[in-house]
Design a protein around this ligand. Sequence first.
Ligand code: G3H
Ligand code: ZN
Length: 289
Amino acid sequence: MKTARQILKQAVVKKVAIGHFNIADLAGLQAIVAVVKELGVPAFIGTSEGEAKFLDRKAIVAYVKTLREEYKLPIFLNSDHTHSFEEVKKAVAAGYDAILFDGGTLPLEENIRQTRKVVRYVKSKNKNIIVEGELGNIGSGSTIRKELPKGAAINLADLTKPEEALKFVKATGVDMLAPAVGNIHGMFANAPEPALNIRRIKEIKDAVKIPLVLHGGSGNTDSDFSAAINAGINMIHISTELRLAWRKGMDKSLAENPDEIAPYKLFPASIDGVGKIVKQRLQLFNKLL
Ligand code: G3H
Ligand code: ZN
C-alpha cells in the first residue's frame, strides 16, 4: 500500500491530478469508494472545518482508514481549509493524512508566519502528513452563487504572483501550494465560471517546483482542467457539484418514495449522483478519457 506522499509523487511523475472530494456523510464517502474501487485510481477525501465537526474528526479518520486497509484502496483524508492552529492540532491528533492550513486571506507576511508555524508543528508530530499552504483569495463556501465571492482574486493583478509564491514556499516549507489562478469556491447556477489563468499556473509551477492544488473545481470546464493539469496542477478539489448532486438525488428519492422512512433506502440516489461526478472527474484528471 502506497502512502499519501508516494501517491502525490506518482501524480507528479505521471503529470496527472489527484481528485479531492469533500464529504459530509457516508453517502458521499460510499460514492467515492465505489469509484476508486472501479477505476483503481487514488482519491483524497476532504473535510472542511464544518464537515469535520459534523462527522467527528477521529471517527472519520477511523472510517477512511478501515476502508483503506480492508479493501486496499488508495484513499486518504485531508483536513481541508483549516483556519486555526487549534484545528490543525485536532487534525494531527485524529490522524489525518494531509492538512491544508488556509491563510489565503491574510497579508503575505502573516500568512508566512502562521503557515511556517503549522508546518513545523505538523512535521514535529508526524513527517508523513502532507501540509498544503494557500496563497491568494478565492472566496469561501461551496455554494451555488449569483455573483462572484467578495474579495476573490479574478483580475490578473490580484492573482497569486510567482515571486510571492516562491517566497512563501521557501519560507514555510509546505509540501503543496494552493494558488489563486482565476478559480473560485462555489459555482454559478446558470453561467460559466471565470476561465482559469493557465499561463499563471505554469509561471507559479516553474517558480516553486512543488505540487500545485487547484481549489474551487466545481463549474470549471473540462478543457480548462486538462490545460491546468498540463501546466502543473497535481490535485483538484471538487465540492459544490457533489453537494448539488447529493441534494438532487435526495429530492428524487423523497419524491419517488413519499412513504419510505429507511435512510439506507433513500440514500442510493444521492450516492449514484455523487458517484457519476466523481467518476467523470477522476477519469479526466487521470487522463483516462
Ligand atoms: O476545498 C474545497 C474545494 O476547493 C471545492 O471547491 O466547491 O468550488 O468545488 P468547489
Ligand atoms: Zn477549497
